[in-house]
Design a protein around this ligand. Sequence first.
Ligand SMILES: Cc1ncc(COP(=O)(O)O)c(C=O)c1O
Length: 454
Amino acid sequence: MDNKRKYVSVSAEFPGPKTKALLEKRKQFVPRGVGNTTPVFVQKGQGALVLDVDGNVFLDFAGAIGTLNAGHCPPEVVEAVQKQAEQYIHASFHVAMYEPYIALAEKLASLTPGGFAKKTILLSSGAEAVENAVKIARKYTGKPGIVSFTRGFHGRTLLGMSLTSKVKPYKFQMGPFAPATYKAMYPYPLYRPEGMTEDQYALFCVEQFEDLLLTEAAPEELAAVIMEPVQGEGGFIVPPAAFVKGVYEICRKNNILFIADEIQTGFGRTGTMFASEQFGIEPDMITMSKSLAAGVPISAVTGRAEVMDAPNPGEIGGTYGGSPLGCVAALAVIEKMERENLSARAQRIGEIIRNHFKVMSTKFPIIADVRGMGAMCAVEFLDPATRKPLKEFVANLVKKSYESGVILLSAGVHGNVIRFLTPLVITYDQLEEGLDIIAESIGGLAQNESVMTH
Ligand SMILES: Cc1ncc(COP(=O)(O)O)c(C=O)c1O
């Protein structure tokens, strides 16, 4: 045990005996394609802390890939789900309707950006929200084409994969993919060509998008553009505002719908309820999931009422779409986020994380970039001499961190980025402890690598 720590405690024998036994069974009964980033089996979660089946305690800096902005098991959410489960667990909205679905649709209409009339369909997963947004866009516009962006991630279904642009592991040997899907260039400010100013780079990227309308698909063939306002899986890349606004305006002029995929950016993560607000855009549709309901599976597409009404009855939906448990959990999460102003907390958490790594970057030149919006922060590692992405280093850092008590996630097409998705209810004390552990892990690994220090 590490007695220096106030919150985490991980035995030197990690993974412990119960975990080892479960890992054996997992190997026997669960396909390896269902990947894992840590060998942790959870016993209990509370706020930003996770207790495993062997009694180890971790700080959760991954938040179930951005699902836990409101933390593990917020008491309000647990209570709402318990109460709902005592009444009815499911009735299927297509058969017998229920009030929580209506209440959540009404709430999302006022919460999402855009002063126009809105409607919402509720589903179960992020990929399903993306699929439905695309169906609705095609139905409304009568056009087939969908544009997504390089390094974007939109899910693991056939259409989700088709819109996603990291080949391994998400698409490799899984094709052929859905037709009429196109990839436009997404900015990557770290790799801005030398000699180009930030403004010039934003303009250049907008021009690349305009070129796509000439070289790949005409606006008359395009139903929608789907964009993550800040890329998640792609490496927490914050695009220049002028790029997002530029593409949005081209869509407006050309009768192309703009879908903001806020599945990872939503619900306070970037410092506002939705990242779109910070880019000054009002998307025609927004896809949401993850932190919407603190881990109860539910997703949503909220959009302009006339767009959302394009499909005929029966053309969209699903048996489990908008499960009552998910609806009441989401309502409790939103109420909590507003009451505790978790968006403002995200701003502060983000500042602390970025300051921490900016200071570290003066000592460790492998830290090539510290970036983010609100608490959606990332650190990118490159070899300072060759500028090569340090994928293996980041994999080792993730391992060393969880062995020392911090559950951490990597990201980026090169796997050389660590991203922070801590619950927004994490205490500042817990945050500092987690950051110290990561700093020590970097220091420890750096001793073994010549590229790490000046
Ligand atoms: C931006 C974005 N879109 C879509 C998805 C897919 O969501 P799900 O895994 O719930 O299908 C994700 C998941 O990471 C995501 O980050």
